[in-house]
Design a protein. Structure first.
Lengths: 178, 178
DNA sequence: CCTTGTTGTTATCGACTGATAACTAGAAGG
DNA sequence: CCTTCTAGTTATCAGTCGATAACAACAAGG
């Protein structure tokens, strides 16, 4: 078995995907760079060399996740510029549980100045994007964002997404979300 | 200055209050037991002896926070059994930012089995309590919980509560929450 | 073929951190 | 006063984890 050699950019991409999974599972402080390295199939020091520092890797991961959310929203907006359409798009992101949960971990880690600033900026950007794409009223956009946060929290608690823990209250919530 | 000697129960209470602040700031994995000890004015090994383990201390902290939320809801429900009344009660909890943010850190740390189970159970309990106290429809209760999660996330991002980071999108969200 | 640049590794450090053990000290009861 | 129980400490370990440094291996161009 010959190890495939990739360019630094290609390998960084693979590490980033591994980072989404790992950070999504255990958060910023709770994830070891070694775990990410194992998932990506490289050594731990190489992960550090590619991204400089664990914090920078987490920031890159956060940006990646936000990019994907915005991309999904934009695509949905092109198809049909309504909140329902964007909501469907968000729901289709849910199966990749780690993706959205990385967001939550970012919010939670806002006490770190660099993370806090990044997360505030990206969240604001998504909020604005939703309004711009749909032209919905501030009240409607707020309700949309609130529902999104509830869904994200439920994903973190593993009552939504793949292999959900069965919970009566969870099914009741999901049924009454419209 | 003579050190005041307290009973184990009294000291545990002080440590628990310190734990709310510390865990609220840095989360489960990101908080060191030594930091909690410093805040409580005792030595780090004593914190461990009082609670057995860092995880158990975190679980106790989560229970404490959920108890306080439920207590606030119950009190508000006695005064006036409406969602608006409970919403006001939640807003009055907001100034103690760490309190609600501990919740968020609990959700985020759900990958740990013990924490996940605890957090699911308590969240379900709060959801049920809100319905029981107000008699509101499932749709209304869901919207209430969603708004609560958005507020909690905003508290974590430090755009609500004391000394908020000023953000246009944050003020817009807060104004359109009814 | 050999030099050079880039991908990737192994070895290792140094700081941290939860937990344990052993000891100290204040209070209560006789 | 003395014993005993509990509150609390200091000292310290054992394992972790991010980061650095030095080296190895593969590819490409001359």
């Amino acid at each position: 078995m010959t190890r495939t050699r990739l360019t630094a950019a290609e390998r960084s991409e693979e590490v980033l995907q591994a980072a989404v999974v790992a950070f999504g599972a255990s958060g910023y402080a709770g994830t070891k760079t070694d775990e990410i390295a194992r998932l990506a199939g490289v050594s731990q020091p190489y992960v550090i060399r590619l991204f400089g520092t664990k914090q920078q890797l987490f920031l890159a991961t956060t940006h990646r996740v936000c990019d994907r959310v915005e991309e999904a929203f934009r695509r949905a907006g092109e198809r049909e510029p309504t909140l329902d359409s964007l909501g469907d798009a968000y729901n289709e992101l849910l199966p990749e549980r780690e993706l959205l949960v990385v967001l939550l971990h970012g919010f939670a880690a806002s006490a770190d100045p660099a993370i806090g600033e990044t997360v505030r900026s990206r969240f604001g950007g998504i909020h604005r994007l939703v309004g711009d794409l749909t032209g919905a009223s501030p009240e409607e956009v707020t309700k949309f964002m609130a529902t999104g946060m509830l869904l994200t929290v439920m994903a973190a608690m593993q009552v939504t997404g793949p292999n959900p823990v069965s919970c009566e209250w969870a099914t009741e919530l999901l049924n009454s979300m419209g």
